[in-house]
Design a protein around this ligand. Structure first.
Ligand SMILES: [Zn+2]
Length: 310
C-alpha cells in the first residue's frame, strides 16, 4: 500500500513535502567520487526518482519528516523556507512553496508543533524555522523547542569566522533561520546525544558537517534512523565511501556513513534520509563491501515540483 504515513512501534511518521525535482547537478558534480558504472549498473532503480534518464540531472526531495510520539508533534528538518535571500545558492533563493499547507494537510498547524529537530544547520534543513513577518524573520513554530547540535551552532555562527568547505553557500542562513529562534529563547543546544522521549533520541553523526546528527527510533520491535544528509542518493548505499560535494569532513563523513548504515543493516532499521525522492526511505542489508536495498518504504512518490515553487 502506498501512503504518506506509516507507523513504527508507537510512533507515526508522515512525509511532508516542500518540493521535489532536478537540483541542477549531474551525478559527477554532486557525487565526484561515485563511479559511472554504479549509476549504469543500478539505473533500474536510480532512474527516474534519483536521476533523470534524459537530462542526467540528479533529482532530490526537500521534505520534513513529521513524527507523532508520546502525544507530541515533532518535525525533523525544516527545508529551505520561503522568501529567503540566498545569493550563493540561487536554487534555494526566494522560494514560495506551499509547505505549511502540506503540513496542515497532515493535520498540524504551526502552533501545534512541539519540537523541531535540525539534524544540522545547512541552508536546506533550517529554512522553515522562521518566516518573514513584514521585515522580520520570526519563529514559524512559536510553541516549539528547537533542538540544534551545539557544534553546528558554533561552526556556522558567523561571529566565529569559520571558513567552511561549503564556501558562502550558507550565507544569511544563521542570521535569518537560526538566530531568530535562539534569540526568542526557543533553542536547546545539545552535544553528544540527547534523549527526546522513550522512542526517540538524537546522536552525533559528524562528517557532513561538524555537528551533523541522526534521530534513532526504537519502539517495540521497530527501528528507524533519520539520517539527515548522511546520504543524498541511494547510490551511496552501494558505494558507501562516496561523499556528496557538500561534506565538510570527507573522511569523517565516510566513517560515519558506514557506521550508521551498518547499525541499520544489523537492526533491520528503516533508513530515512532528508532528500530521497521516490519512496523516500529503505531498509538495507550488508552486501560485498557496501550495502544493498532490502526494500523500500511504502511512501508515495509524489511532490510539487521545484518549478512550481518559483
Ligand atoms: Zn541537505
Amino acid at each position: 500500500m502506498i501512503t504518506d504515513r506509516i507507523t513504527l512501534g508507537d510512533v507515526t511518521i508522515t512525509r511532508v513535502w516542500e518540493f521535489y525535482g532536478p537540483v541542477a547537478m549531474t551525478p559527477e558534480t554532486f557525487f565526484p567520487e561515485s563511479s559511472p558504472r554504479a549509476w549504469e549498473e543500478h539505473a533500474s532503480w536510480l532512474e527516474p526518482h534519483f536521476v533523470d534518464p534524459e537530462t542526467r540531472i540528479v533529482n532530490a526531495a526537500i521534505q520534513t519528516w513529521l513524527l507523532r510520539s508520546e502525544g507530541r508533534n515533532i518535525l525533523i528538518d525544516t527545508g529551505v523556507g520561503n522568501h529567503k535571500e540566498r545569493p550563493y545558492a540561487p536554487v534555494w533563493s526566494r522560494l514560495d512553496t506551499g509547505f505549511l499547507d502540506n503540513l496542515a494537510r497532515a493535520g498540524v498547524r504551526p502552533e501545534d508543533v512541539d519540537l523541531v529537530v535540525n539534524t544540522h544547520l545547512h541552508v536546506d534543513h533550517v529554512g522553515w524555522n522562521t518566516y518573514l513577518d513584514g521585515r522580520a524573520w520570526v519563529p514559524t513554530f512559536p510553541n516549539a523547542t528547537y533542538l540544534m547540535p551545539k557544534t553546528d551552532f558554533d561552526f556556522w555562527n558567523p561571529a566565529n569566522e569559520h571558513e567552511p568547505l561549503l564556501g558562502r553557500g550558507n550565507q544569511n542562513v544563521f542570521e535569518d533561520s537560526v538566530a531568530p529562534v535562539h534569540e526568542a529563547g526557543l533553542t536547546t543546544l545539545w552535544e553528544d546525544s540527547y534523549t527526546i522521549d522513550a522512542n526517540l533520541r538524537l546522536e552525533s553523526a559528524p562528517g557532513h558537517t561538524p555537528g551533523s546528527s541522526v534521530v534513532v527510533l526504537e519502539s517495540g520491535a521497530d527501528r528507524a534512523v533519520f539520517v539527515g544528509d548522511l546520504l543524498h542518493s541511494p547510490v551511496q548505499l552501494v558505494e558507501p565511501d562516496t561523499n556528496s560535494c557538500f561534506c565538510e569532513d570527507p573522511a569523517g563523513a565516510r566513517a560515519t556513513r558506514r557506521k550508521v548504515l551498518g547499525w541499520a543493516a544489523d537492526h533491520n532499521a528503516l533508513v530515512v534520509p532528508a532528500h530521497l525522492g521516490g519512496q523516500g526511505a529503505a531498509e538495507v542489508r550488508r552486501e560485498g563491501s557496501g550495502f544493498a536495498i532490502k526494500g523500500w518504504a511504502p511512501f508515495a512518490p509524489h511532490a510539487d515540483s521545484l518549478e512550481d515553487a518559483r
